[in-house]
Design a protein around this ligand. Structure first.
Ligand SMILES: O=C(O)CCC(=O)C(=O)O
Length: 332
C-alpha cells in the first residue's frame, strides 16, 4: 500500500513539474501557471485526487496534533509536574502539611465501601480479651468503645496543664524535639505552637480566661517514658515495642473540639478519655457517603475508644462539665 501511494505521488509530482517547466518555457506569468495547475488538477484521475487529498489531510492533522501537544498540553504537563514536585519537597520538609485538610486528597486511602456499609454505631464492650479483640474487631472499620478500660490509670488524677508544663520544662530538649518532630493542632484556640501552649498565663491555663482546645503529638523519649509511668497499653491490645513512644494528647474546655477531618497516620488509633466526656461524630469518606452512615459515639471518663481515623472523617465535641484530657496512641 505504501509503495502504491509513493508511486502515485511521484507520478503526480513529475507531471506537475513538467507542466511548470512547459509553462515557464512558453513565457507564462504566475497567474497563467496557477490556471494551468487548476486545469492539471482537473485532469487527475479519481485515484490520484483521493491520494493527494488524503496526504494533505494527514499532513494537516499531524501538524495540528503536534501543535496541540507542543504548545497546549506540554506546558500544562510541565506546570503540573513542577507543582507536584514542589509539593513533594514541601511535604518532605514539613510532613505536618499533610494535616492540612486541603492536602488530604493527596494522602488519604480510598476505602472499599463494603467495609463500612452496615456500620451505624460503635460496638460497646464492657470487657474483652486481647484475642477476642484482635480476632473480631482489630481489622473491622466499626469503632470499638471499651467501657472503663482506663478507669484505674494513675494518669486520670495526674495529667493536667500544670503536669504537662512541668514535664516539658524539666527537659527543654523535649520541647525542641516535639516542636520539630511532632504535630500541634491549634483548632480555634489561637494557640499555634507547643511553645506558646507551654507559656500560657495562669488565667488562660486554668480556663478562667479565653477557652481553648488543642492537641499535639509527642515522640520524645523522655516525655514518652514519663507519660507511660501513668498510662498503660490498654489491657485488650497486644504489647507495643518499648521504643514506640508516639502519643497524642488532646485537651481543652467544654465546647467544640476538633473540626471535621480525616487523618493520615500510620495505624489504627486508640484514645483513653482521662477527664471529661466527649462525643465523636464519624462520617464516611466522600466515596462512601451515599452507601455508609454518619453517626455519633460518646466516650465517658475512663473509657477507651478505638477508631480507624484514616478511614472515618471525625469531629469532636466536649460536653459541659470537666475539661477533657485524652491520651492516645496507635496499634498494629
Ligand atoms: O480527640 C479529639 O478531640 C480529636 C482527635 C483527633 O482528631 C484525632 O485523633 O485525629
Amino acid at each position: 500500500m505504501e509503495e502504491r501511494v509513493e508511486e502515485v505521488v511521484e507520478g503526480v509530482t513529475e507531471r506537475l513539474s513538467s507542466v511548470f517547466e512547459a509553462g515557464r518555457a512558453s513565457g507564462l506569468g504566475e497567474d497563467d501557471i496557477s490556471q494551468t495547475i487548476d486545469l492539471f488538477y482537473k485532469e487527475l484521475s479519481k485515484k490520484e485526487k483521493a491520494t493527494m487529498s488524503f496526504l494533505r489531510i494527514m499532513k494537516v492533522s499531524v501538524l495540528k496534533t503536534a501543535y496541540v501537544l507542543l504548545y497546549r498540553l506540554l506546558p500544562l504537563v510541565l506546570l503540573l509536574s513542577s507543582l507536584y514536585s514542589q509539593l513533594q519537597l514541601l511535604i518532605q520538609k514539613d510532613p505536618c502539611l499533610l494535616a492540612q485538610p486541603m492536602l488530604h486528597d493527596f494522602a488519604t486511602k480510598i476505602i472499599d465501601c463494603n467495609s463500612c456499609l452496615n456500620i451505624t454505631n460503635a460496638v460497646t464492650i464492657n470487657s474483652i480479651s486481647v484475642m477476642d479483640f484482635m480476632n473480631n474487631h482489630a481489622t473491622s472499620l466499626q469503632p470499638v468503645l471499651v467501657k472503663g478500660a482506663a478507669s484505674n490509670w494513675p494518669a486520670m488524677s495526674i495529667f493536667s496543664y500544670e503536669y504537662f508544663k512541668g514535664l516539658y520544662t524539666k527537659n527543654p530538649e523535649a520541647i525542641t524535639h516535639d516542636r520539630e518532630e511532632g504535630q500541634f493542632f491549634p483548632y480555634s484556640s489561637g494557640i499555634f505552637t507547643l511553645d506558646e501552649f507551654l507559656s500560657l498565663d495562669n488565667e488562660t491555663a486554668s480556663f478562667k480566661g479565653k477557652k481553648w482546645y488543642i492537641g499535639w503529638s509527642t515522640t520524645d523519649n523522655f516525655v514518652g517514658e514519663e507519660l507511660r509511668k501513668h498510662v498503660k497499653v490498654p489491657y485488650f491490645l497486644p504489647p507495643v515495642p518499648s521504643e514506640d513512644n508516639l502519643a497524642w494528647i488532646f485537651m481543652g474546655a467544654p465546647g467544640p473540639g476538633a473540626g471535621l477531618h480525616i487523618d493520615f497516620v500510620g495505624r489504627v488509633s486508640w484514645q483513653a478519655q482521662l477527664s471529661g466526656k466527649k462525643t465523636w461524630t464519624l462520617a464516611p469518606p466522600p466515596e462512601c457517603e451515599t452507601t455508609c452512615s454518619t453517626f455519633n459515639v460518646t466516650v465517658d471518663t475512663g473509657d477507651i475508644i478505638v477508631i480507624d481515623t484514616n478511614s472515618w472523617f471525625h469531629a469532636t465535641f466536649i460536653h459541659p462539665g470537666n475539661v477533657s484530657i485524652t491520651f492516645g496512641a496507635e496499634f498494629e
